[in-house]
Ligand binder design. Sequence first.
Ligand SMILES: Nc1nc2c(c(=O)[nH]1)N[C@H]1C(S)=C(S)[C@@H](COP(=O)(O)O)O[C@H]1N2
Ligand SMILES: [Mo]
Length: 338
Amino acid sequence: MLPPGQQLAAADRWQIIGERQPRASDAPWSLTIAGLIERPQCWSLEQIQAMPQVTQAIDIHCVTRWSKLGMRWTGVPLEDLLSQAGPTPEAGFISLVARSDRNHNTSLKLADAISLGALVALSCDGQPLDSSHGGPIRLVLSDRYFYKSLKWLERIELLEHDQLGFWEATAGYHNGANPWGEERYLTSDLDRRETARLLASRDVSDRELRGFDAAGRSLANFQARQAILRDSNFERAELTGSCFADANLSNARFANADLRNVSFAGADLEGADFIAADLRGADFRGAALTAATFVSADWPRAGFRAAIFDAQTRIDLAALDQLMPQQAEFLASFVNRT
Ligand SMILES: Nc1nc2c(c(=O)[nH]1)N[C@H]1C(S)=C(S)[C@@H](COP(=O)(O)O)O[C@H]1N2
Ligand SMILES: [Mo]
């Protein structure tokens, strides 16, 4: 089943999200488990490979609105590793740490990790995991957005108190991450006064304003170059001539907005919604469009709602590749005409 607000990726496509490779190192791969446990362990990759393996179907759901269902993952249940280590009664959380340049991490409630069947995976759909997808060893679990599935798992720590992960601490990703309840982002901490001041200035360039609410506003020539506007709401806003170049607009909502001659050049538009927006003269060159939507899911049946384009709308052909199949098909009919 597809959780609310998600689209199905093409079966033969699997996007790389976040870090693209592990930290360069000659040290052999290993997995350490430490913290509130009776028996600290450090397993070599070979030891993990030699443990009993299970294969289970796990659906993945990226917070930027794409999903892949029924992937077959093979590896060692996290529960098996935990029972070798013996968590103490105080252990309530696990922190997962990657072998990556930024020591990328995320965390889970210990009880959730076990009840949701978290797997320390070595292969997927019968193939050893690609390095870009977390090979040789990553975590994967169902029923949490995919940012809880850590690539290049190197260390598991059992903790009494939660330790927020990289995306959760720096990008406002919801720590609950339950896709069935759309726990995508924390609500913004911008107060109404500050929002009103920024709207009046029409300039948020370089600012970090997750969850910015500009729905229905008249904001022609709004300046938002390089701003971080994840999960912002620009529905029905009037934004002609505005500049969002190089901005981060993942999951931003532009439905029914007037976006004539707006620049989105180089912007990150993963999961952004442009349904019924006016995109005549808009510039998407160099923008990332994974799982962005331009047409409602009922297309091409009667009553669908779609963005408006003209010959001056600029979209790279290559960007169509990043879209989900139905969106790509819809956009191709436009791009090929121009
Ligand atoms: N080490 C590490 N793990 C990570 C990330 C990351 O940046 N670094 N990104 C997370 C996010 S947001 C997603 S959607 C998935 C993407 O996994 P994929 O690249 O195999 O599709 O990895 C998750 N695990
Ligand atoms: Mo993600």
